[in-house]
Ligand binder design. Structure first.
Ligand code: NDP
Length: 287
């Protein structure tokens, strides 16, 4: 039997519509329009597309979006000083520096310079720490979006074995913590994991966030598992594909996300949700 496809596009559309309604209410109640400022350093074509999509998602939801384009030659000091200005600007509620930044700029220093309450990517160590300890934080958009999807699909997590393949700070680790908070028993895998296939085969929920085209085969999947594919890769034919061999996995899983149209759209939806939530918290804190 073929797995049900989790329609990330449709779920993201419903999140975006809800954010639009809540934004209207927020503006009417407070007179403040949430504002996201995206900073793009350099001219990476993929980053330009991401930034454009983020701007469109904001405007669709009634959120102001400002884009600041800086040349690739911008120094770290110049970028940090711009971030300091944006931190101090009360009309800006979310700041996002599109990654990757050029090699001469220290990414960690840039992330740490953003005021934690405006860190709508959820990458600041303060937000990572709050996620770890269960406090209120801006959650990283991709794992947050995956949790929304699982909730939307009614996937039970309590007591289930969840396996996350990948341990990056932006996807794998926060994903594992969020699953843990929902009482799953979580295993995190990486490039040195011994017998990855066997670990994956034990997963009721399998999240692949590796960046290797179709690495996870159908034979690695436990029958009836829920499979979430975060990967965005190009296969040998240059076609966009995930970390999971979709056609094979679909025959074994109970639910599966496609690439494209799965996790990707959720990431942007959660960014605008984070921007609204950040504006709500900042306005409440000033009252
Ligand atoms: P990173 O490169 O930062 O991390 C990849 C992780 O995969 C690492 O932890 C690495 O292990 C692990 N890994 C690499 N090779 C193997 C292997 N052979 N077996 C097991 N584990 C392995 O990537 P990201 O977390 O940033 O992104 C992962 C994927 O998700 C990429 O394809 C990216 O494009 C995509 N992505 C998609 C998003 C979306 O919105 N759809 C958003 C963000 C990312 P180790 O730590 O040991 O090196």
């Amino acid at each position: 039997m073929s797995a049900q496809i989790i329609d990330g596009k449709a779920i993201a559309a419903s999140v975006r519509a809800q954010v639009a309604v809540k934004t209207l209410e927020f503006v009417a109640r407070t007179g403040v329009t949430p504002c996201l400022t995206v900073v793009l350093v350099g001219e990476d074509p993929a980053s330009q597309v991401y930034v454009r999509n983020k701007g469109k998602a904001c405007s669709d939801a009634g959120i102001l979006s400002r884009q600041i384009d800086l040349p690739a030659t911008t120094s770290e000091a110049q970028l940090l000083s711009l971030i300091a200005e944006l931190n101090a600007d009360r009309s800006v509620h979310g700041i996002l520096v599109q990654l990757p930044v050029p090699g001469h700029i220290d990414e960690a220093r840039v992330i740490e310079a953003i005021a934690p309450e405006k860190d709508v990517d959820g990458f600041h160590p303060m937000n990572a720490g709050r996620l770890f300890t269960g406090g209120v934080s801006c959650l990283p958009c991709t794992p947050y979006g995956i949790m929304k999807m699982l909730e939307h699909e009614g996937v039970a997590l309590k007591g289930k074995n969840a396996v996350v393949v990948g341990r990056s700070n932006i996807v794998g680790k926060p994903m594992a913590i969020l699953l843990l908070a929902r009482h799953a028993t979580v295993t995190i895998c990486h490039s040195r994991t011994a017998d990855l296939e066997a670990v994956c085969r034990n997963a009721d929920i399998l999240v692949a966030a590796v960046g290797r085209a179709e690495m996870v085969r159908g034979s690695w999947i436990k029958p009836g598992a829920v499979v979430i594919d975060v990967g965005m890769n190009r296969n040998a034919e240059g076609k966009l594909c995930g970390d999971v061999a979709f056609a094979e996995a679909r025959e074994v899983a109970s639910k599966i996300t496609p690439v494209p149209g799965g996790v990707g759209p959720m990431t942007i939806a959660m960014l605008i949700q984070n921007t609204l939530e950040a504006a709500e918290r900042q306005v409440a804190a000033r009252a």
